[in-house]
Design a protein around this ligand. Structure first.
Ligand SMILES: C[S@@+](CC[C@H](N)C(=O)[O-])C[C@H]1O[C@@H](n2cnc3c(N)ncnc32)[C@H](O)[C@@H]1O
Length: 272
């Protein structure tokens, strides 16, 4: 098996660790649509005819756009931030100021904050301010090879980047599309919120996701979803074929290193 490619971003819940379990579900030669692209750990490892990568995190899509359009400029701006004696909170403060969020400076700062912040967590408060504290790493890795590799894939493939909500992205799916969804996971408690975006992701969002995917499959697409394995996700994805897997944990907040039970839920046109 080929070596798993890594993203230049650290991302809790990134799918690098289970890529070998996911890939067998993806047919080649499809249009690959990722409405929750995150750090792109799946995109960088999957082979398809074309790609649509979307996320509701504008800072993330801004970073991908700069990486696609001008690797050298982004590389230099980011390297300079890593090489200069900077105060993490000063950079975080600068990052939270601009209202216009499509700039090279913000893209470089986003990578800096991702690598220097606590555990690569990406979290915003209700006012949209990035509020992750400084991490306690001794040696900060500058992801040079990963940036170059990711740029190559963005540049030499037919890839569209979108900043939008999953509902809009899934509307683009039709026969020949595979929609892979890795949303913020639904915990056992019906309405618990998870990070990534100021608005969070709750039970009704996950229900809406299942509904949008069902519509996409009725238009001929294939839908594949990752989530945790519990009674809520079993309920919501009851029309899907469920594959259970053990996934290594990336953030073991309580020291729990036991693999977590997850599902890969698959819905194909012949099932509806
Ligand atoms: C678990 S991460 C995806 C990680 C990715 N599969 C990887 O391996 O790198 C979930 C992503 O969903 C995005 N997200 C959260 N709510 C969203 C929404 N309503 N629409 C689109 N994206 C959303 C977050 O910004 C985050 O990047």
């Amino acid at each position: 098996m080929e070596k798993t490619q890594k993203s230049f971003l650290k991302w809790p819940g990134g799918k690098g660790r289970i890529i070998d379990k996911l890939l067998p579900h993806f047919p080649e030669d499809c249009q690959f649509i990722e409405p929750f692209v995150g750090a792109g750990n799946v995109f960088i490892n999957v082979s398809a005819k074309s790609y649509i990568l979307a996320d509701s995190n504008q800072d993330l899509i801004n970073t991908y756009s700069w990486l696609k359009d001008d690797l050298v400029a982004l590389y230099n701006a980011t390297k300079e931030l890593f090489n200069t004696e900077n105060d993490f909170y000063d950079i975080r403060n600068q990052f939270n100021q601009p209202k216009f969020r499509w700039s090279l400076k913000l893209a470089a700062q986003f990578i800096y904050l991702n690598r220097h912040g606590f555990n690569g967590i990406c979290r915003y408060n209700k006012n949209g301010q990035f509020n992750v504290p400084k991490g306690n790493h001794k040696n900060i890795y500058f992801p040079e090879a990963e940036l170059v590799n990711f740029n190559g894939k963005l540049l030499f493939s037919d890839t569209t980047l979108l900043h939008c909500d999953f509902t809009k992205t899934i509307e683009l799916a039709a026969a020949g599309s595979v929609v892979y969804c890795d949303p913020p996971y639904l915990t056992k408690h019906r309405d618990s919120f998870v990070g990534y975006t100021p608005s969070g992701f709750c039970y009704s969002d996950t229900e809406l996701l299942a509904h949008c995917l069902h519509d996409a499959v009725s238009r001929g697409a294939i839908a594949i979803v990752s989530n945790c394995d519990n009674s809520s996700t079993r309920d919501i994805f009851h029309r899907f074929q469920i594959h259970e897997i053990d996934a290594p944990r990336s953030v073991a907040a309580n020291g729990n290193r036991k693999p977590a039970r997850e599902i890969i839920a698959v819905l194909t046109p012949d099932m509806i």
